[in-house]
Design a protein around this ligand. Structure first.
Ligand SMILES: NC(=O)c1ccc[n+]([C@@H]2O[C@H](COP(=O)([O-])OP(=O)(O)OC[C@H]3O[C@@H](n4cnc5c(N)ncnc54)[C@H](OP(=O)(O)O)[C@@H]3O)[C@@H](O)[C@H]2O)c1
Length: 511
């Protein structure tokens, strides 16, 4: 068991965090600010974006709703007094740091949390190599120059080994050599590179997993130089408990489905409902980053410590567990901004989904977009559904493959923590009840993604009654239309072709 506690280890430590404006990074920042009040300076690597410079971006971070809990106790000035923005970009040489900032970091930083990455599966190989592979190499170069470094915590992904159906907490070799890959992406034209990409990816499903895999090998190369650790989360989902259940800013995964489903826009979801989906709440990943950094800094292992921050082998989730309740969750927390009566149904394949989506997504989208256009708004639904269809092709492998990630080292780390840390920085998801978790996630996606505060629930419930009436009328009209078309087609009256109604009903139920 640890001789000191996690909180006392981080007290006075200066931290360098990349990716702090992202989903995981902002949650890590919040946990440090809320639970480790004696932390040292926290340097955040930020890049200017969408016309905002780094000081504006820092102000934006401070305004995130995640800080509401800690700001109940303290003022903004108190909470953020030691948080400093540093201008940089992991995709640029020397991280795009000024000489002064580089010196500030190398003289002072004790623990580096490297989270910055591009997660876009559709990004080109050139971009992902620049950010995920070379970005990590540049962070390591900085780490090598730090005079007081206690630990480097690198955030990877469980899916770097997605070519194996079962992966352990070890680093597997990659078929591609990083130097060759870097040379190739710099040599080929964008068109040539696009043609070559699937050959280069080899066992990897996309540019993200291969570059994150190679980034792990970069960390492994320096395992003898300073304590380092690799944390591999699976699919990160909204928080389980902290700072509030259901907090999220990520629209990826179930919270994004719930956001679209509550609007009434997403009505079908292709999933293998009996397959295990490896979801891990963001607050557990944050605890893992802090605990892993603490552990390697204290024990100084000579090999990089790898941790699976995953649920598949510890508390597996299957959509079948919540299938019968999903619509209850949606009706418990309806949206004031819903455009159709919410009803989500799970379908067993992408093809089935696409057939069904043609009727239940695209038809209503045409009507709703038309209404929006007539009332002077910007129609978006058709575009949204087309984008969903395209991204499903890219994601199909991930949706219909079951992976198992063993997590012995993670469980050992949980055992190693002091008793108070076992609770305050728990890595144990054994007691998470997925049904309860999804209720919180539905509310979280309502409040934090759709920005519908709890006080609008009453109005939303009233609106839902109207939407239900419209939905029933729409369904009845569709039935009548199909029945009428059938009667016309076979040249008979509607009353003499009434026998077709059960057939229409069965077909409708299949959609
Ligand atoms: N989300 C998941 O399900 C998941 C699962 C497994 C592993 N991970 C890993 O967890 C880490 C964080 O992911 P996330 O979910 O928080 O992603 P995210 O919300 O997309 O955040 C990505 C972060 O990286 C920063 N970033 C991207 N390119 C950068 C660059 N060139 N220079 C500096 N910063 C850059 C972004 O900054 P800007 O705001 O400037 O864009 C943002 O802060 C990543 O390493 C990811 O691979 C995530």
């Amino acid at each position: 068991m640890a001789a000191t506690g996690l909180r006392s280890f981080y007290s006075g430590k200066n931290l360098f965090v990349t990716g702090a404006s992202g989903f995981l990074g902002i949650c890590l920042l919040e946990k440090i600010l809320r639970t480790i009040p004696d932390h040292g300076d926290i340097y955040l690597l930020l890049r200017p974006k969408r016309g905002k410079d780094i000081s504006e971006r820092l102000e934006e971070i401070k305004k995130n709703q995640i800080f509401e809990v800690v700001l109940k106790e303290k003022s903004v000035e108190q909470v953020f007094s030691k948080v400093k923005a540093v201008a940089g970009d992991v995709g640029q040489d020397d991280l795009g740091l000024s000489l002064n900032d580089r010196k500030l970091l190398t003289d002072n930083v004790n623990v580096i949390f490297h989270l910055a990455a591009t997660l876009d599966f559709g990004d080109t190989l050139k971009t992902t190599v620049d950010i995920n592979l070379l970005g990590t190499r540049r962070i390591i170069d900085l780490a090598k120059q730090c005079s007081h470094l206690d630990a480097l915590v690198h955030t990877s992904s469980a899916y770097v080994n997605s070519w194996r159906l079962q992966a352990d907490e070890e680093i597997y070799p990659c078929k591609r050599d990083p130097e060759e890959l870097i040379a190739t992406v710099n040599k080929l034209t964008p068109e040539e590179l696009e043609k070559e990409t699937s050959r280069i990816l080899s066992d990897h499903p996309n540019t993200y997993t291969i570059t994150k895999h190679l980034a792990e090998l970069e960390v492994q190369k320096v395992e003898q130089l300073f304590p380092c650790t690799i944390v591999r989360p699976s699919m990160i989902v909204g928080s389980w408990k902290e700072p509030v259940p259901g907090w999220t800013i990520s629209k990826n995964g179930p919270q994004g489905f719930f956001m679209g489903a509550s609007k009434g826009v997403i009505r079908r979801l292709p999933v293998g409902k009996h397959l295990i989906y490896d979801y891990i709440p963001v607050d557990i990943v944050v605890n893992m980053l802090l605990a892993a950094g603490f552990y390697v800094a204290v024990t100084k292992p000579k090999k990089v410590a790898v941790y699976h921050c995953t649920s598949s082998t510890r508390n597996p989730f299957r959509w079948a567990t919540v299938e019968d309740n999903i619509n209850d969750y949606l009706h418990k927390y309806p949206l004031v901004s819903a455009v159709w009566y919410p009803h989500l149904k799970l379908l067993p394949s992408v093809t089935w989904y696409k057939i069904s989506a043609f009727f239940v997504h695209f038809f209503p989208a045409i009507i709703l977009d038309l209404v929006t256009r007539v009332s002077g708004g910007r129609p978006i639904l058709m575009k949204l559904h087309r984008n969903v269809n395209t991204s499903l092709d890219r994601l199909e492998k991930f949706i219909f493959t079951e992976w198992k990630f063993t997590a012995m080292q993670t469980m050992n780390l949980q055992d190693w923590l002091k008793d108070t840390d076992k609770t305050d920085y728990t890595l144990d998801i054994g007691t998470l009840v997925w049904k309860d978790y999804f209720v919180d996630l539905t509310l979280g996606s309502r409040v934090y993604l759709s920005k519908d505060p709890v006080r609008t629930l009453k109005a939303a419930k009233s609106k839902e009654k109207i939407l239900l009436t419209v939905h029933l009328i729409w369904q009845a009209a569709l039935f009548l239309l199909v029945w009428y078309l059938f009667a016309c087609l076979i040249g008979t009256t509607m009353s003499s072709s009434i026998y077709v109604l059960p057939v229409i009903f069965i077909l409708y139920m299949l959609l």
